[in-house]
Ligand binder design. Sequence first.
Ligand SMILES: *Cc1c(COP(=O)(O)O)cnc(C)c1O
Length: 489
Amino acid sequence: MPSLFLDAPARQALWKRVFEIVERYAVTLEAERVTPEQMDPQKIRALLAPLDFDVPLDPQAALDLAARGLQQEQLHVPHPRYFGLFNPAPTTMSIAADTLVAAFNPQLAAWAHSPFGVEVEEHLIRSFGERFGYARSEIDGTFTSCGSEANHTAMLCALTRSFPHFAARGLRALPSQPVLYASSEGHHSLPKAACMCGLGNEALRWVPVDDSLKMDLGALRAQIAQDRRAGLAPFLAVGTAGTTNAGVIDPLGEIAEVAAEEGLWFHVDAAWGGAAALVEELRPVLSGIERADSITFDAHKWLSVPVAAGLYLSRHPRLLSRTFHVSAVYVPKDGAESAVTNPLSHSITWSRRFTGLKVFLSLVVAGWEGYAKTIRDMAGLGELLRRELQKAGWTIRNQTPLPVVCFTDGTEPNGNQAGYLEAVRQQVVDSGKAWISTTRVGRDLPVLRACITNYRTRAEDIRILVDTLEWARQRVGANAATVEAPRRE
Ligand SMILES: *Cc1c(COP(=O)(O)O)cnc(C)c1O
């Protein structure tokens, strides 16, 4: 099959071209638009339509087609002025790592297939567990495909621990309906996981937040008491360390206290904000996380590796194996079996990519200090953005030491209205100069949202964003009569 394994000259030409493309992207990205001029499904479908796979394409032509699509037909998340959701510019070492992983194709389902891969991941799990304050001897965990899978894993482990017959007999054997708690600013992978666990998403109680957008502890206690009176079985409390909307950190120590009193599993969803643990002066904002029974942390967010690399960490050794244990006759065994972990019976997934390598190579080259510096710098840019926005008359609507800024327009009578803010966002995005989003926080307050999560973002980029917002506000103001409030889906 020559077209599956190209000959040496064709391979060399192809690698050369791949590296030219990758390098050119790294160098030219900043000067480009963040978004394409238009995002048109018809245009992309027309490009793909002639490719019916009956006539094979030349490898270089195929590569160029993909590169052109990636260059021209998408939002450039690695751009320093992408102030969006928690998507980073990937580290150079992580790009190299993913290349190696693709070429060697290690299979991390069973230790015996990739001892190096499994041991690297275990080494990382212990290292990150210690950073979050777990005792080394207790740390267990697994890499996951993403944070959602880590939250799902937490829910399954909590069910297994709380209801000893859950694994064998399922929820139907339980005398009462298990319920769990997260703040109303918690992530929507939680109801999804509740659904996938068979709990149903109504089992998730969204606990109201206080004015600072943190979980209201009185409301948490009241809801637990009410649920107990109703004959339900509370089993899990989730604290969020860095909410997706507003970067707010729940009172983790206090939730740990409630969970301990009530006998609940305490999980911390630190998918993005967990990286604060790497910075000495930010570490205290996560205080209490060391008491968590389990933690979700995403390396593809603030650790800047390509999508996706989730981590599930726990201080309950053996519980993952109890939750996911299987024995299959076709799985290779060897003498070292008892001393090692087989990821397939330690996690949700079976076949596994070597996800940890991109984290390992990035961390071993940057060091903890290298990461601490970039995260500290980004937090500083968040402060700069808050100051500059306030100077320009915007009103800041969230409080967090992390670089997520939610704001409304204090200079406009309509400045709190969803339609107005959406129109401003649209102008900014259409300009190609920056990417920001809108969302709603607390009791449904519409806001503009800008987040710094890219190590390439500089103070100059913050100034361009603030200038672009000023320009956008004027255009929207001038068009006010004709701007129709766009509906939010
Ligand atoms: C991103 C995020 C998730 C989901 O993680 P994925 O890796 O996107 O699945 C969960 N919780 C929080 C707080 C997040 O920010």
